[in-house]
Design a protein around this ligand. Sequence first.
Ligand code: IMP
Length: 433
Amino acid sequence: MSALVIVGAQWGDEGKGKVVDLFAAHADVVARFQGGNNAGHTLVVGDARERTVVHLIPAGVLHRQTTCVIGNGVVIDPSVLCGEIDDLRARGYLTDPAQLLIDERAHLILPVHKKLDVAREERLGDKKIGTTGRGIGPCYEDKMARRGLRVVDLFDAEYFRERAARLLEGRNVELAQVYGWPAIDLDDLCREFATYAERLRPHVTDTALYVHEQLAAGKRVLFEGAHGTMLDIDHGTYPYVTSSNIVTGAVGTGAGIPPRTVNRVIGISKAYTTRVGGGPFPTELHDEVGAKLREVGDEFGSTTGRPRRCGWFDAVVVRQAARLSGMSGLAITKLDVLSCLPKLKIAVAYEVDGQRLETVPAGARKFASARPVYEEMDGWAEDLGQARRFEDLPSAARKYISRIEELTATPVTLISVGAEREETILLRDPFLL
Ligand code: IMP
């Protein structure tokens, strides 16, 4: 039995897509267990540097031998999912419907969720969370309020209509009376979703059972996390977080497997830090160094296109993420980007109210006032794109990686030095760590 979890160690966009794509070559199944199309993975493959962006379908989809699973903990916008299926088919992927399995218990994002997400953010003005506007929060709210609609409901038109009517009753009042937006029409909704039922039917099953059977048969299952630990609804920088759990523990509920099944966890972190949306970010750089990281690292959101906020590597954040998820290894991405800077800094602790703090404080205001305690390190100027072994890296880069290992108490498993599959230094087999 081999279950490997990949989880983001920062605020998302750590480069999980590339790592999942790489590890998927060794996996029989790749499963998502939380989040929705607020995530986005950019995959770059082949001589033509073909770029594929997926938001819902697991990043393993480009490996034809890998079965992709969208677990029950994911929230699914069926219009987006159908679009991704069409797009991948047009490029010659996903030719066999059995390569993609969708859980019947996953919740559906409805048009009213997307509208509410945007309307609320507009109303919040400069206090907004900076959501992706994809309806993620309102959908999870309805799930917890026990009025949500699930994939299985698509196949019982009468029940779907009855439940949708009940949901819209309250949500339309909020949309129209609080925000002055037009209400959603029940007939239109039922008509639209009936088309998705037919499109998705060949993929829908009990994926928890499927994953269980695969693990029992000794298959290698890779659980693909979305976003990053600091966006976790419980352990992140609340309220500037997403609406799902992101830490490894979420695999248990979001994929329907017992937690003890997980035997390997790889955390993904950039060699520096980025964040999109609002919320505290102690090592953020508002100067030309931050602008340089954004430019060289091409730091623009793959879901919304928004410029990402950039800053130094924050060892406090990654250490906390490693502890919360029990990371057995770290994958450090975009090390090549740092070649543009002569000196580097790493935050090793914070100073808050004159006190040294080694962990991320719970209070948003306290965290916003945290001043990083930096350690300065030498940079390097060499292009790292050709490095394939740890020894190929300049000594300053090797020292930087070793310091990250010490500060986060986690061994580095993989180093990424470019967007393509080959631009990678693999230090240990992820499934055998
Ligand atoms: P939501 O998930 O759309 O509700 O957005 C909540 C917060 O999480 C916002 O700050 C988003 O920018 C952030 N967020 C959600 N998903 C991702 C992701 O995959 N990468 C980076 N930030 C994300």
